[in-house]
Write a protein that binds this ligand. Structure first.
Ligand code: WTA
Length: 661
């Protein structure tokens, strides 16, 4: 498989750049503690996937054993992905019940509120059991059945975990919508998912500000007549509108039911949840994950990648509204019986020491966060970090976007004091779990590289024509065969699933990412090669933003691209042409930016908006985004071939008025 150990030993500059070997103390207690061991297991996982995954699947409690480990085909004309067929299980049972015998009184999670002066909570596995059972019974009482869809629109509060697991317990399919999404985005997701039940809160709290979740939900539901019941968690006690007969208080309802609810027996391939994600075209897709394969994969990756040992305190600082929260706050860690931290707040509130104070408060050993958070904190200066202890930290992780070596080194040296390996984990909503990653007790690290494939994962780099490139290579990242955590379909749009992921390079799963492989076989993820941009680790479709812009009466046409942004990774750059009768002004610019925030949600905040009399188009009328990307990146000297443009003078005007200088 071409993986070679980097030749240089501990951290030192060499012709190959910086390489960091696992610290000896870490290596000693690690599950995978040498490259030999990694390679041996990896090779086995590829040569004998059935044997490997049959064995690994034993970490899950099955009510009935599966009869077939793997039954998959990536052939676009006959595509199917099935794992652990015949197996029966319940995800909530695996995350809760089976731990009760040994760890009923162990804390499952500490909840740390937005405001450090507010009292947090410590929820044991026994309490988790009761809360989840009660909520499951409430859902049942309200008529929710196996296979029904429940939309969850909650902030980072314990009830978010209860809600997901309560759905899993009764076999309802949850669809979590990030609390930063607008009423319209929420409505689109409820409608697409045909959900009949909504769980939300009166308000959320983030960095001291209130987020009007119930108000957003009320607005969304004007378009969603099929939602008959809204369960409302009281978080702030703020004033909200109430629809009699539809709205019910969470705290009242759970008093009316018992704290025992038998888990539904689910098929390995029954859907566990779907989660919407942006693609290069059209509306967001409902990515469907099923029960057995997803749970095995989330739990195994969580244990090996974070080298999670009994007694460790683990903290994934992502939001439950994203896949990272699903796999590495809820299903992976809880299936492994962890003690973890659930954090409602943000890294810089009330001040940039917050993360490190929480680390000290709970004596966190493993911290998983995003490059954006790291860059934002790095900018605030080292003092905020250095005034905290952080002695408990043993391992650091990042996810969501490429991490620049400068931020990596800061994380390694200042935060981890060169004692903690960093796992830079590459994966996607679609992959369900981590795919390319160091194993911290074994893999020599190179800042900025996600390094090597996890067990059972076969990445490859292809050129534009789909030819697999060997050795050092630069091209597009594909995966050659199925793994248990893989998404199974797009909800109600199987053709779109096949079309999006399996037709560009038939027989291979196309990730949408560009990547490079170096002389040691290490992967360096370059970023998206499609029209998806990655802003602060949030995956946004440029098509969605363009659609939102043209909804405004003044806008004739819009083209949106990403550009390099120091903190956010990428920023949003919009080129807009106006309808006759409208004049460009700063006021209109602000209005359009606000308009998009309102339509899609505050994470869709355009950074730079350039008015232009025209967009660069080919003679057949296609917008030449390549040129816009260059201008947005301030690389206007090197626009490449512009001879196919219908009107080359457009480019001059765009360059002259460019906003990123
Ligand atoms: C990007 C998040 C570089 C990538 C789990 C991918 C990364 C997209 C990394 C998926 C990483 C994620 N290095 N890029 N370690 N992790 N990405 O679906 O472009 O929100 O395709 O899943 O994020 O984003 P998603």
């Amino acid at each position: 498989m071409g993986v070679q150990e980097p030749v240089n030993a501990t951290a030192a500059y060499s012709g190959r750049g910086l390489v960091f070997e696992p610290p000896e103390a870490f290596r000693k207690r690690a599950f995978i503690s040498s490259m030999e061991q990694y390679r041996e297991l990896y090779e086995r996982s590829i040569k004998d996937p059935e044997g490997f995954w049959r064995e690994q699947a034993q970490r899950i409690t099955w009510f009935e054993p599966f009869h077939t480990v793997k039954n998959t085909s990536f052939d676009p004309s006959n595509l199917y992905i099935r794992w652990f067929e015949g197996g029966k299980l319940n995800a909530a049972y695996n995350c809760i019940d089976r731990h009760l015998e040994k760890r009923a009184d162990q804390v499952a999670f500490y909840w740390e509120p937005d405001n450090p002066d507010e009292e947090g909570k410590a929820i044991t596995y026994r309490q988790l059991y009761e809360e989840v059972c009660r909520l499951a019974n409430v859902l049942k009482k309200h008529g929710v059945k196996k296979g029904d869809r429940v939309t969850i629109y909650l902030p980072m509060i314990p009830e978010a975990i209860y809600a997901m697991l309560a759905c899993a317990r009764i076999g309802a399919i949850h669809s979590v919508v990030f609390a930063g999404f607008s009423p319209d985005s929420l409505a689109d997701r409820i409608l697409d998912g045909e959900a009949t039940y909504l769980i939300t809160a009166d308000e959320g709290l983030r960095a001291g500000r209130r987020v009007p979740l119930k108000r957003n939900a009320d607005q969304a539901l004007e378009r969603c007549p099929d939602v008959k019941t809204v369960l409302v968690v009281r978080r702030t006690g703020g004033d909200i509108n109430w629809v009699e007969g539809r709205d019910r208080w969470y705290h009242e309802e759970i008093q009316t039911v018992s704290a025992e609810c038998p888990p539904e027996v689910m098929d390995a391939e029954d859907p566990l949840f779907f989660l919407y994600t942006s693609g290069s075209t059209g509306k967001p897709k409902g990515v469907v994950h099923t029960t057995g394969g997803y749970l095995v994969y989330a739990s195994l990756t969580h244990q090996f990648v974070f080298d999670y040992h009994e007694g460790d305190i683990y903290w994934c600082a992502a939001d439950i509204g994203w896949i990272t929260g699903h796999s590495y706050i809820v299903y992976g860690p809880l299936a492994n019986g962890v003690t973890e931290v659930l954090f409602e707040g943000t890294p810089t509130y009330p001040d940039p020491s917050r993360i490190w104070q929480v680390v000290d408060k709970y004596q966190v050993n493993i911290l998983y966060t995003s490059p954006t958070a790291i860059r934002a904190l790095m900018r605030e200066g080292d003092e905020w970090v250095k005034k905290t202890s952080r002695k408990s930290l043993r391992l650091l992780g990042t996810v969501g976007e490429p991490i620049n070596p400068e931020a990596w080194l800061w994380y390694y040296r200042v935060v981890g004091e060169e004692r903690c390996p960093i796992v830079d984990t590459w994966w996607q909503t679609e992959t369900g779990g981590i795919m390319i990653t160091p194993l911290p007790g074994a893999t020599p690290l190179k800042p900025g590289s996600a390094t090597l494939p996890f067990f059972g994962v076969q990445p490859a780099i292809v050129d534009n024509d789909g030819n697999i490139l060997e050795g050092t290579a630069d091209g597009m990242l594909v995966i050659l065969d199925s793994w248990p955590g893989q998404m199974r379909t797009v909800y109600r749009a199987h053709d779109r699933f096949v079309q999006t992921y399996f037709t560009r390079f038939p027989g291979k799963y196309f990730t949408g990412d560009g990547a490079r492989r170096d002389e040691d076989g290490y992967y360096w993820i370059v970023g998206r090669v499609d029209d998806v941009i990655n802003v602060s680790g949030h995956r946004l479709g440029t098509a969605e933003i363009e659609s939102a812009l043209v909804l405004h009466e003044a806008v004739a046409e819009a083209a949106v691209v990403g550009y390099p942004h120091e903190i956010k990774g990428q920023g949003i750059y919009a080129f807009v042409t106006l309808k006759a009768g409208y004049a460009a002004s700063d006021q209109l610019r602000q209005e359009l930016i606000q308009h998009v925030r309102k339509v899609l949600g505050p994470i869709f905040t355009i950074d730079l908006l350039q008015f232009t009399p025209a967009l660069p188009k080919t003679r057949s009328g296609k917008i030449m985004r390549r040129i816009l990307r260059k201008i947005a990146a301030n690389e206007y000297q090197d626009l490449g071939d512009t001879s196919t443009l219908a009107d080359p003078s457009v480019v001059e005007e765009l360059v002259q008025n460019r906003l990123n200088r």
